[in-house]
Design a protein. Structure first.
Length: 210
């Protein structure tokens, strides 16, 4: 089975971790046919589902030896990514004005409680899923907390975020994914905040669809 891994808070070429060392760590941990994307610690690899927990721990340990700190790796089934990007959930946001990101918890973390996420200010929470939160964050100005800060504060777990363009690139590598333009049909418009969908009622910057 093919998987995608996202390493928290790394940049290849820094802290002693280069692309070759990154791929070697994945392979030595048990990941087959490893491929790296960009420089932000993204990788796809083959592994049996029954080996994934052991492999994740092994990979985090190996990366930690290189970095001098524990490195959380959020792993998702690669076949899951096209379904995520196919929703085109950010269709209403101009990427020139908004930073579009999805933040990931570890695969084995407890499900996210939407009520635990603090006031996001000007950051728009677009989607809350079991272990992921998607946000649109204004590129400038105050009062725009990053989703990793919000999610880690809400869950007590480490989180790592990826730009929407990065996820689209990985998801469509060798595949054909047709985005669904506009919000999914099952997202009702919020009657209290026109233009927002299924928001929490008091704050028009919070979407709660899963």
């Amino acid at each position: 089975m093919r998987w995608a891994g996202f390493v928290r808070n790394v940049m290849l070429g820094r802290d002693g971790l280069d692309r070759a060392g990154f791929l070697r760590a994945v392979q030595e941990a048990g990941g087959g046919q490893a491929r790296s994307y960009l420089t932000t610690g993204n990788v796809t690899f083959d592994a049996e589902p029954t080996d994934l927990d052991r492999m994740t721990d092994d990979l985090e340990t190996r990366l930690g030896r290189i970095l001098g700190r524990r490195a959380m790796v959020a792993i998702r089934q690669l076949d899951w990514l096209p379904g995520l990007v196919g929703t085109d959930m950010f269709a209403e946001f101009d990427p020139q004005e908004w930073e579009l990101e999805v933040s990931f918890l570890p695969r084995t973390a407890p499900p996210i409680d939407p009520a635990a996420i603090a006031d996001a200010g000007r950051t728009v929470i677009v989607s809350i899923r079991k272990h992921e939160v998607a946000t649109a964050r204004p590129r400038e100005g105050a009062g725009r907390p990053h989703i990793n800060w919000l999610l880690e504060r809400a869950t007590g777990q480490n989180a790592t975020a990826r730009a929407w363009t990065t996820l689209c690139r990985i998801a469509t590598d060798g595949q054909s994914v047709a985005p669904v333009h506009g919000p999914p049909a099952f997202l009702p418009a919020c009657t209290r905040h026109p233009g927002f969908r299924n928001c929490s009622g008091s704050a028009p910057n919070r979407y709660t669809w899963k």
